[in-house]
Write a protein that binds this ligand. Sequence first.
Ligand SMILES: [Zn+2]
Ligand SMILES: [Zn+2]
Length: 170
Amino acid sequence: MRIELENLEGGKGEFARVYQPEDLNPVDERVSLVAPVAVDGKVQLSGNEVLVNGHLETRAQVECDRCLKPVELPVNADFTLEYISGSDYESSQTAELTEAELTVSVFDGEAIDVDEIVKEQVLLAVPTRMLCREDCKGICPEYGTDRNTGDCNCVTTDIDPSWAALKNLT
Ligand SMILES: [Zn+2]
Ligand SMILES: [Zn+2]
């Protein structure tokens, strides 16, 4: 969904939409949506800038860093974004961009892409490091066995003295 700035009455507008997961999946190679995304917010023109603030809720699925099992987590995000067109960005780079709490994005000067906002916010809400559980044992790099479901062959052979003896022979 794109919000065309020329359609905003008095420089202001509101938006609300529910995306189905398949509308936006995959969010990236690591993250996908497993529930609809409800997003709403306001758009306001302010000089050459566009302010967008809103809220979204959904559920995302991420692979566990160690065992690659899918892990689901709820995503609730409030966002405040500032957009500036490419040419204005060049000229104002030194002057105005000191407000660290605002995320400033460059856009084409014509429309705000809500699909992109949703994807960005979901990625920001997902931790960079995700484990299915604190003590996840991961996958054996050699056999691909999920170590959470039991010891892998390589572990038992490594500690078996008869195998150790055989290794010494070679
Ligand atoms: Zn895991
Ligand atoms: Zn193993």
